[in-house]
Design a protein around this ligand. Structure first.
Ligand code: ADP
Ligand code: ASP
Ligand code: MG
Length: 488
């Protein structure tokens, strides 16, 4: 009877109907009050068998980068002082969240990790360089610290939490700084490490962002990559849902830091949300939705400061009526730091296109948009850092020129391209801004254009004002009060 029950339980976890992956970003774990909120949120989900994925505490990844850069530039004293501050911050949090012998054990672990971090800084100072490989090793410490701390804080609150080393489970290629998972091995390792814990009733706690190659060399999934970790874990365990807990009420019609009147989008399709993330909406790492889409796992974006709010649900199909926004545009976003590249050659043909694409790919230079015309190929890329090497490699085949400090402003919405007035209204709104390229996305879901980076905020605000106008006050003819019209 017991054996039968066990089998039943096991197959349930294999199908994963009960598992919820909950990812908490840096601001959601930034201090003791935030971590206490996380504990409350996890407690509210215990029946759903949570797997918790955490980012480094807010600002820590940037501080590690700064310390590593200082060490590589020969300023070891400054670098050590910076990581000492990081250590003190974690230790103070440990002190306020964890008691007694658990505190001593946690402190020993943190000290051990900090010694390893200090010795890495010594190596960086000796070698005088911070390359992509050592940068991954360095930045990963943030998630190692935070995941241990939060695991112990959950245990202290009476939750049976067990720390799982994400670096050992998530196996990637060796593209340092932007690694991609090797799916089969990762899936197997996650299932082996996490499923038995869930079966025993424990909550698994993993650091986001960190991974390693098959040979055990530390890698990372790219900045903001903890969202991607949550999706990888969710897909490997066939979770019932993936929750991205952050500092805003959900995915909004624009970055609320740019448009204070941005509104929450209640439901979105995977495709729309993926476009939004690809075109710069920081709220989701661009790779997050692919694993969830593949396994058809709904993703929720929720506010850890206001857990009672509904947030955004991202699913296979989200009908327009459900978004409650009555126009073709779901959201407006912008991607900064874009370079506009012009590749000129006497022979633009499919062979040249193939060569050019292969060279960009080899240099890990992400191409956002590509267009061809007689004698030239225009590309928009994420960063100009690889362009000198790319130009050198293509010398003799084509001439490569580029301009930096551009931004790609993007309107996203299902079938947006089939609405002829959207492009013309958008274009009219920014016609005084030296708009350089207008790209109708191949997918039907985006219209984007290039502006000077200095104009990005103004363009997003203008477009948001046009496509999401503020409700207009209307006179209540009863003369007693005023009411508001519904927008759109
Ligand atoms: P976390 O640390 O939780 O991963 P991030 O800072 O990476 O959080 O992402 C959340 C931030 O994304 C928000 O504070 C907001 O400023 C920004 N953001 C950009 N575009 C959007 C959008 N369309 N909707 C919501 N937030 C957005
Ligand atoms: N800590 C990493 C970063 O700041 C990953 C993340 O927060 O998702 O980029
Ligand atoms: Mg993030």
């Amino acid at each position: 009877m017991n054996g039968h029950k066990e089998l039943e339980r096991q197959s349930r976890f294999e199908r994963g109907d009960d598992v919820v992956v909950m990812k908490f970003g840096g601001t959601s774990v930034e201090d003791a009050a935030a971590i206490r909120r996380v504990i409350g949120i996890v407690q509210s989900r215990l029946k759903a068998h949570p797997v918790v994925v955490v980012s480094a505490l807010a600002r820590v990844t940037d501080q590690l980068l700064e310390a590593g850069t200082a060490a590589a530039n020969g300023h070891l004293g400054a670098a050590l002082a910076m990581v000492r501050d990081i250590y003190v911050r974690h230790e103070q949090l440990a002190d306020s969240l964890v008691d007694g012998s658990a505190y001593s054990a946690l402190d020993d672990e943190l000290r051990g990790d900090f010694r390893a971090l200090e010795s890495l800084l010594l190596d960086l100072e000796a070698s005088r360089q911070l390359n992509a490989k050592s940068r991954d090793h360095l930045l990963g410490f943030g998630e190692c610290f935070s995941s241990r701390l939060i695991n112990e804080a959950l245990c202290q609150a009476g939750i049976h939490a067990v720390h799982v080393d994400a670096g050992a489970c998530i196996v990637t290629d060796a593209r340092h700084g932007q690694a991609s998972p090797v799916w089969d091995v990762t899936e197997q390792r996650l299932q082996e490490a996490v499923s038995p814990l869930l079966q025993s009733g424990a909550v698994a706690v993993l650091g986001g962002f960190i991974a390693s190659t098959g040979d055990g060399v530390p890698t990372t999934l790219g900045r903001g990559g903890s969202d991607f970790t949550a999706a990888i874990v969710g897909a490997a365990l066939c979770a019932a849902r993936i929750e991205i807990w952050t500092d805003v009420d959900g995915i909004m019609t624009a970055d609320p830091k740019l448009c204070s009147d941005a509104r929450v989008i209640r439901k979105m399709s995977f495709d729309e949300a993926a476009e939004l993330a690809h075109f710069g909406a920081k709220v989701l790492h661009p790779a997050t939705l692919a694993p969830a889409m593949r396994e058809n796992i709904p993703v929720f974006v929720l506010n850890s400061r206001r857990p009672e709010r509904e947030g955004t649900e991202i699913m296979a199909r989200a009908s327009r009526a459900k978004t409650k926004i009555g126009n073709a545009v779901s959201a407006i976003t912008a991607k900064r730091n874009v370079a506009a590249v012009d590749v000129q050659s006497a022979r633009v043909n499919s062979e040249l296109l193939h060569t050019v694409y292969a060279v960009f790919d080899r240099h890990a230079c992400v191409v956002d948009v590509m267009a061809t015309s007689l004698g030239s190929i225009s590309l928009l890329v994420d960063s100009a850092s690889a362009l000198p090497a790319i130009a050198a490699e293509l010398r003799g085949v084509a001439e490569v020129r580029w301009e930096n400090h551009k931004a790609l402003v993007c309107l996203v919405g299902e079938n947006i391209r089939r609405q002829p007035d959207v492009a013309s209204r958008a274009f009219a709104a920014v016609s005084d801004m030296d708009v350089r390229v207008v790209c109708q996305g191949a997918s039907d879901r985006t219209i984007s254009f290039l502006v000077e980076e200095s104009k990005v905020e103004e363009s997003v605000r203008r477009l948001h004002g046009i496509f999401f106008p503020q409700p207009q006050p209307v006179r209540d003819w009863g003369g007693i009060s005023s009411a508001y019209c519904q927008a759109g």
